[in-house]
Design a protein around this ligand. Structure first.
Ligand code: K2U
Ligand code: ZN
Length: 173
């Protein structure tokens, strides 16, 4: 994939990360191009998931690849969680929009998601483990939620300060 396909990833606390995404109206050429650009961006950033919100497109679209071999693409369009286990587990999470920050977040161990695939066909995905965590993390992005919002106000404040400082440093000539 050529570098030209990469999209800039919004960084916390950018307010655009808190916009709620709208349903995708049609799985057309525009969406298929966006899916390719999102996969290129995710792989380049060594991520295992990416939500359209993170590239400043506020439509309900997620790309995921949790495989070691980096060749098991999963596209979720207009995803809806049909079931989530009551049983939860706390796991270490990171986020491409909050680089360098990792902390524990509690998620359902298993989820069942209905979504359209990249052909526009309706599918049901039953997930557990890292895939279930990733799906919940990405679906939060579509609702305008970033994982740091599960942390204490003290931690959130420190992360916000750190990210703003890093952004200022990066912008200095
Ligand atoms: O949404 C994103 O920013 C990509 C997330 C997806 C994710 C977060 C937490 C747990 C699972 C998935 C990650 O930044 S991708 C980076 C990563 C890679 C391997 C394992 C965990 C996180
Ligand atoms: Zn994230």
């Amino acid at each position: 994939m050529s570098q030209a396909d990469l999209l800039p990833i919004l960084c916390y606390p950018d307010p655009r990360l808190h916009k709620v995404a709208k349903p995708v109206e049609a799985v057309d050429g525009r969406i298929r191009d966006l899916i390719e650009q999102m996969f290129a961006t995710m792989y380049d950033a060594h991520g295992i998931g990416l939500a359209a919100t993170q590239v400043d497109v506020h439509e309900r679209l997620i790309v995921i690849d949790v495989s070691e071999s980096r060749d098991q693409r999963l596209v979720l369009i207009n995803p809806e969680i049909e079931w989530a286990s009551d049983e939860k587990r706390k796991g270490e999470e990171g986020c491409l929009s909050v680089p360098g920050i990792y902390d524990g977040v509690e998620r359902s161990i298993g989820v069942k998601v209905r979504a359209l695939d990249e052909k526009g066909e309706s599918r049901v995905i039953e997930a557990e483990g890292m895939l279930a965590v990733c799906i919940q993390h990405e679906m939060d992005h579509l609702m305008g939620k970033v994982f740091v919002e599960y942390l204490s106000p003290l931690k959130q404040g420190r992360i916000k300060t750190k990210m703003v400082k890093a952004a200022r440093e990066a912008a200095r000539p």
